[in-house]
Design a protein around this ligand. Sequence first.
Ligand code: DGL
Length: 289
Amino acid sequence: MQARPDDPIAVFDSGVGGLSVLRHIAARLPQTNLIYLADQGHVPYGPRPAEEVRAFSEGITRFLLARRARLIVVACNTATAAALTSLRGTFPDLPFVGMEPAVKPGARQTRSGRVGVLATAGTFESQRYADLMARFASNVTLYENPCQGLVPLIEQGRLDGAETEQLLQGCLVPMLSAGVDTIVLGCTHYPFVLPLIARLAGPGVSLIDPAPAVARQAQRLLVEHEVAADGNGPRTLLAYTTGDPAAFASLAARLLGQPVAVRGLRWRDGALEPLSAPARATTGPDHTV
Ligand code: DGL
């Protein structure tokens, strides 16, 4: 199928986390139409078996392709770890951009030789992560933490407050006491608690969010696949969720700082299908970014 200039870039994640990537893509490609898909019916992906995450990612990709996605950003480290290789094999004509913990920049940047990595259990257990460590972390020590329970708190919009702070403190204290001077945010949900992480970690610790690099890569791939021409009109951003559309619309509007049109989806026999009525946050009339 020949891509058209107004065909969208699609971005997906288990929930709101991928919006931390979408905001950089939106800024870099201001006229490109965007679709965002949050599989909130299945969030969190982190504790799930890789085959299950792979099956979800394939169902999501089929749905996005049917919406004429010309490039898909897997804005989820867990889904990238579980599914990116098989997605590229199953959909060889479709360009994908994946995400992985920024171990390489972390190892390059650290002066103490100690790097903290915050990611999900699914990411840490993956072959992709083992390969990353083998290639880039042989001269540094990595201190890993799966931040159990953090993704659900972020999904509830609890980006600060006592419970989130306490949970993060439990994740950060061991690596900070060990002397990390660099912390890699290896889950796309975590940039939304970056101010809290920065406060707890203190000024001597750098935090790495790979989202800007992912947005650059998405732009590069569009050019490479010669589908870089933009649409003419104001861009559209349409979001889908397999969770509650009204709840997603309100949290997404808060996280992106602007209203987002949201449609509900449901899973049936491994495929996604639309629910009926669109939901929209009430903060404004338009959904352009
Ligand atoms: N945001 C996702 C990631 O980057 C997954 C979070 C989850 O669903 O566990 O890994």
